[in-house]
Ligand binder design. Sequence first.
Ligand code: ARG
Length: 582
Amino acid sequence: MDTPLPYVFDRLRTEATALIAATGLVAPGSINLAEPKANVPADLAFPVFASAKDAGTNPNDFAKRLADAVTLSPDSLFARVEPAGGFVNFSVRPDVFASAVLADIEVRGNAYGEDKTVGKGNTVIVEYSSPNIAKKLHVGSLRTTVIGHSLYLILKSLGYNVIGDNHLGDWGTQFGYILAAIHDKGFTPWDDPNPVPALMKIYADYNNEAESNPSIKDNARAWFKKLEDGDPWARETWQRIITLSLAEFDKTYSRLDIRFDTQVGESFFEPVLDQVIQEAIDKGVATAEPNGPVAVDFGEKLPSCLLRKTDGGTLYQTRDLATVLYRWREYHPTRNIYVVGAEQRLHFQQVFEIARRMGYVEIADRSVHIPNGMVTKADGDRFRARKGEVIFADEILDEAAVRAEAVMRQQIADGKSEVSESEIDAISELLGVGAVIYSDLHQGPDRNIQFDWDKMLALNGNTATYNQYMHARCKSILRKAPVGLPTADPRILTAPEEQAVLKHLARLPQAVRDAGEKFLPATVAEWTYTLAKEFSRFYDKCPVLKAETDELKAARLAIVAASAQGLKNGLALLGIGVPDRM
Ligand code: ARG
């Protein structure tokens, strides 16, 4: 296939830059274009202040002189180049622009929006989900899963070599309790139809018992030590627990269509921890205290932390330090991204700072923690209302699908839907999962969010459902298109509502780049929502199937098809699928 032309969004900038350069009035290196303010009826602006100063004239005069000096060729993407105060404004030629945008989308199809040149040759690690073994995925890990996965998709579409890493919490003293309980009480969680909840109960009960019976603690500690020392039964049982847990996680991951490139858990680093601690000591970053612990003192900068406990055991920090060093050696990533709850902010600051002090400055600079805010119920209560009462990811997805089904059935009852009985399950799943994903990521990751089912599944509003609904609407229009229409000629699409949709469609590639640069999937969500709204405005004002002429019908249908493609592609980057009917 021929390489497609650059995106029209970029061609506009390239042409405007060339037009300005051709006047010889502005040094080529100082042509920085800007977005016109929202109330300015233009598509690109060149602020002339710096160039006017260089030329020793006032900006208004300079802008006039520059605009006069620009000559547009007949096939230019621009219709007008005009001075406005200290700016030279560029306005597109609606007919040429319409053809160019629609061609961009048609040629690229599902690839519209991606730009593999941005990240070419660079490796990025995105760590997300990272649940603890022997526990179920909870509402918080669901959020990091969703945000991280979208970031993964966005960076991939920008051509980065992305490594999606699920950093499993498969190590720690809790395994001592579980092993002890299984060993002493003969539990067989693998025979339980719900093995992970069974494991959670084993742990919780034994932990409770330990409160009144301190010898249990010693027993658990002893079992964890056996695990560390490679006791065959302990290892085998632990491995079984991991396998059970992963099978459980995978059910949720597959509902979300999520995969990882690597799942290197905390235990993987166990063999190198002594070495890492020693290196930190040798480099004067950590201090071995007389009675055993190894501590890092950050002075004023951060609260101090331990790399080794008094009993000789290692910590979460130690394992993350080993992880960051490993990732550097193994991948040399340009970015090492952790999508993890905001409550771990200090933890990552400490880990990155230790790496920096140990001389691993590059990876310290390239490591980013994207802190996720809390998820609460609509009434603002934490999900974790009582000790031990947590809402789990699969329950949320189940409830979402049930509620989505109710929405669908209402639509059918109201005669507003083309969905048949046999499609309801699959569509409800897409809508339910989509609603949860969108609610988790359409605001900044650091924002605390509330789960409000009615809002999340609203057919009108900033929801996945609304975006999916607009997509289905486009598809419905396309299905009803009469056969035998003339080939679409987009040059007649000059009405303001038509142009507004096209202009927004043209921005997807830039929205994706912005999202990748800021590690912010919400940027793409905002783009899809705006597209849905622009499309709806267009559809209200510009009849498609009832357009006055067949030519107009055909051309407007091309906008409908492009909008469907845009919504599909934008939502796909969020990890959200679209049904063709709703
Ligand atoms: N397993 C941890 C938890 O559930 C999150 C791990 C985050 N990632 C990391 N590299 N520390 O709290």
